[in-house]
Design a protein. Structure first.
Length: 343
């Protein structure tokens, strides 16, 4: 289901980000190892020159901004200074800093967020078992946030020669971002007539690809809410969507959608064939959904992971568009800080 990036690599890069942030504040400091606990990542610092703990304390906010975290704290620990970063959870977790930290995400891989184990969750959309995705849950649980995160990360890691995007968002409230991305193949469908035309066209494109034997570039259809389609009861549109989903792997076409209700019939076809990731909000001890939005259980076959979705602020949405148009360039950061990870 996922591609795991070792914690050591992730933490080494975060350590370098801390060093850079302090250096820009004229506080030359080296990270010399650290520890990972259930709640904190503790980086041990070795100050250079006249750098003191109170100087580093004043720079805590700049460090927090540099690594995209909240609640960063500085403390004197026995024989030295430590910067403690809270383990990223929920809305404290931003997509762009996480992608910077991971650094080398391959094309057609989507960065989703952080697992409760502390490891990034990355979906490889090249695999038949993770070809389509369906998120379900009540309004406000974070379904659209999850889809926006997948959309943004795919467009940042994949060139236009590798990926094209289509979108259906009846009312146009959730996927405004999509129209500004260079990967967009046509206008966002915000009314039902256009949405049905888009599905019928895509079904024809699937057939065309199969006939001439091509499956590139990958085409991803994002559907914010399938509820409108169930209400329409347009059998020919449902049949077309079913064809898209069933023949998507052979033709390089993916469907990523959401709804409040149970999985729609076309998506169940993919689930039976083992090609669907399902995402549902996690439940509390009483069996109800957690109040916290943005935490999902993702299942693909027998594999299951709980993940806090990395979110995009308003400023980040603008940055995503700029980066997608200019080309995503992660910072090359060497490793080797020796962070201890007991898990």
């Amino acid at each position: 289901m996922e591609k795991i990036f070792l914690n050591r690599s992730y933490l080494d890069r975060q350590a370098n980000q801390i060093e850079r942030a302090l250096r820009t504040m004229s506080l030359p400091t080296r990270v010399q190892g650290g520890q990972v606990t259930d709640r904190w990542i503790r980086y041990h610092l070795e100050p250079a020159g006249d750098t003191q703990a109170d100087h580093v304390l004043q720079a805590a906010e700049a460090v927090a901004d540099a690594i995209g975290a909240r609640g960063v704290r500085v403390a004197e620990r026995g024989d030295g200074i430590a910067i403690e970063v809270p383990r990223m959870r929920g809305q404290a977790l931003r997509l762009l800093p996480l992608m910077h930290a991971i650094h080398d995400v391959p094309a057609l891989n989507a960065v989703v967020g952080m697992q409760t184990s502390g490891k990034p969750l990355i979906l490889d959309m090249n695999k038949p078992s993770t070809w389509h995705l369906f998120a379900m849950g009540q309004s406000g649980c974070g379904k659209s946030e999850l889809m926006r995160t997948i959309l943004a990360s795919l467009c940042l890691t994949s060139r236009r020669s590798h990926l094209s995007v289509l979108g259906i968002d009846i009312g146009g409230q959730e996927f405004g971002l999509i129209e500004a991305l260079p990967h967009m193949l046509t206008d966002l469908a915000t009314d039902r007539d256009f949405a049905k035309e888009l599905i019928l066209w895509l079904a024809q494109e699937v057939q065309r690809r199969l006939q001439i034997g091509i499956s590139r570039p990958h085409l991803v259809l994002f559907v914010d809410d399938f509820t409108w389609l169930s209400a329409e009861r347009s059998q020919h549109v449902l049949t077309a969507l079913n064809e898209i989903i069933l023949k998507g792997f052979e033709s390089g076409v993916h469907v990523i959608g959401a709804a409040r209700d149970p999985i729609p019939l076309p998506m169940r076809s993919a689930q039976k064939r083992g090609g669907l990731i399902t995402a549902v909000p996690t439940r509390n001890a009483n069996g109800g959904y957690e109040e916290k939005a943005g935490r999902f259980q993702l299942k693909a076959g027998a594999s299951s992971r709980v993940v806090d979705v990395a979110f995009l602020s308003v400023r980040d949405l603008d940055t995503v568009v700029q980066l997608a148009n200019s080309g995503w360039r992660s910072m090359l950061i060497p490793s080797g800080k020796g962070i201890e990870n007991p898990s």
